[in-house]
Design a protein around this ligand. Structure first.
Ligand code: NI
Ligand code: MN
Length: 228
């Protein structure tokens, strides 16, 4: 499976199926891609913040992909004419050669309406994605939680995609604890350096994780890929 870091929390997984996660491309200073270049079968949306929901509806309508998310976000995207598949935390389903399971995330989920109030879009989530004999965990935006140990025990993780930006999510020190709980083979950090507020040094995170755990950390620049 080829993993491409589009930037921020957006990854493209190309294998027996093509999956894009949190397709924030328009307005993402790190993204080199354009929404119209994306060709996916599935679009996974972890929560209803603009830097994750992003271009999901436009991409779905352009290439015919199905948006997979919690019920509330699926309902929201369906209102704009996108094809959707609602799920919820703890549930799993197969989409051809891909299995998707929704995991908990400690975060918020809502979009500002025209009157300035927030439309709430259910609970945020993470994803366990299994394809081509490999398992990838994308945590979504989240703080550290002890049940990450249960996630890693139930689903041995080949690759974990974890935020390290701090302020809105785990910072590097809590992400190190997350690695100890999840026990993945490989970690790719995300959700950092997109803006000054979430500036972090991923090489320092790599050094500390590789010193304290058996996991390997791969730091990808936006646009770069990793073969899993
Ligand atoms: Ni968020
Ligand atoms: Mn975010």
């Amino acid at each position: 499976m080829k993993i491409t870091f589009v930037g921020h929390a957006c990854f493209l997984l190309n294998g027996a199926s093509n999956v894009i996660i949190d397709p924030f491309i328009t307005g993402n200073p790190a993204a080199g891609a354009k929404p119209e270049d994306i060709n996916a079968d599935l679009i996974l949306v972890s929560h209803g913040h603009a830097d994750h929901l992003g271009d999901a509806v436009a991409i779905a309508k352009n290439c015919g992909a199905t948006i997979v998310s919690v019920f509330e976000i699926a309902n929201y995207c369906g209102r704009f004419g996108a094809q959707t598949h609602p799920m919820h935390i703890g549930g799993s389903n197969s989409f051809g050669p891909v299995q998707i399971k929704l995991t908990p995330a400690l975060h918020g989920s809502g979009l500002p309406k025209e009157d300035g109030t927030i439309e709430y879009l259910g609970n945020p989530c993470g994803f366990i994605i299994s394809m081509d004999g490999k398992t990838v965990y994308h945590s979504g935006d989240t703080g550290l939680f002890a049940d990450m140990g249960l996630i890693g025990k139930r689903h041995p993780i080949d690759l974990a995609l974890l935020p390290i930006g701090d302020n809105f999510t785990m910072g590097p020190e809590d992400a190190l604890e997350a690695v100890k709980l999840l026990k993945p083979d490989t970690v790719i950090p995300m959700h950092y350096n997109t803006w000054p507020l979430i500036a972090q040094n991923p090489e320092k995170f790599k050094q500390e994780v590789e010193r304290e755990t058996p996991a390997r950390v791969v730091v990808l620049s936006p646009g770069a890929s990793y073969e899993l």
